[in-house]
Ligand binder design. Structure first.
Ligand code: NI
Length: 226
């Protein structure tokens, strides 16, 4: 067991000397990314009843995928960064339908989305520090696709499902920890403002709901500096 111990010691000695980000660096990060919607919605408009049904709401569950970051350092403190990921998939649900409509509650269907986000990132620490926390502010575009009703919802009489795409602001805190000259550990959390309108139909009339998806997005992984 001497070799691994030696390797660890070498790593510990080298890490503090590792030069963190400098102008012109390209950083590629990969890891597990979770989109955890903190959703809140309007009451659901049910055209067949010609009213918003008080106390109803739309729900979304969370999903984890492969996340990728591409960053380019303009200086040792400021960079630009693009967030990409494999498509997220979420269940969409209906809650709060009263009385004779209670049967409409439950899983409505599924949707997929991609939330590419372009951010400016700021690293306040000196580049001699192996620990590099950062703040990011960016713009997000969320494209929804493959919206599909569940077979249960179709059996209940729903038809079609559509979600509007969204533009919004993304806030981020993260940290890189340099393990070697090039390899880093990374953790990051984002809050992304994603607002959409979901539309389906029931009884031949529109059913509509405004949803603030506003997810917390967590990613942990490894990065490599080129
Ligand atoms: Ni919002």
């Amino acid at each position: 067991m001497r070799k691994p111990l030696f390797a660890l010691l070498t790593l510990a000695l080298v890490a503090p000397l590792a030069q963190a980000h400098t102008a012109g660096d390209i950083i590629l990060r990969a890891g597990a990314i979770t989109v955890d919607p903190q959703e809140s919605s309007s009451d659901i408009w049910v055209g067949a009843l010609n009213t918003d049904v008080a106390g109803t709401k739309a729900t979304l569950n969370s999903d984890t995928q492969l996340g990728l970051n591409f960053a380019y350092m303009l200086t040792s403190h400021v960079g630009i960064e693009l967030l990409a990921a494999t498509p997220f998939s979420h269940d969409v649900g209906v809650q709060g339908m009263p009385g004779v409509f209670a049967g409409l509650n439950g899983k409505l269907g599924e949707l997929k989305h991609l939330p590419p986000t372009l951010s400016a990132v700021y690293y306040p620490m000196q580049s001699s520090s192996a620990f590099q926390p950062y703040l990011g502010l960016g713009i997000n575009y969320t494209a929804f696709f493959d919206e599909e009703l569940s077979s249960e919802a179709e059996a209940k009489g729903f038809k079609g499902l559509d979600m509007e795409n969204s533009w919004g602001v993304a806030y981020q805190v993260g940290m890189d920890y340099m393990l070697t000259e090039n390899l880093m550990l990374n953790g990051q959390v984002r809050y992304i403002d994603i607002d959409t309108t979901g539309t389906t139909s029931f009884g031949g009339k529109e059913v509509k709901v405004d949803v603030e998806v506003d997810p917390l997005v967590y990613m942990v992984g490894l990065g490599y500096k080129f």
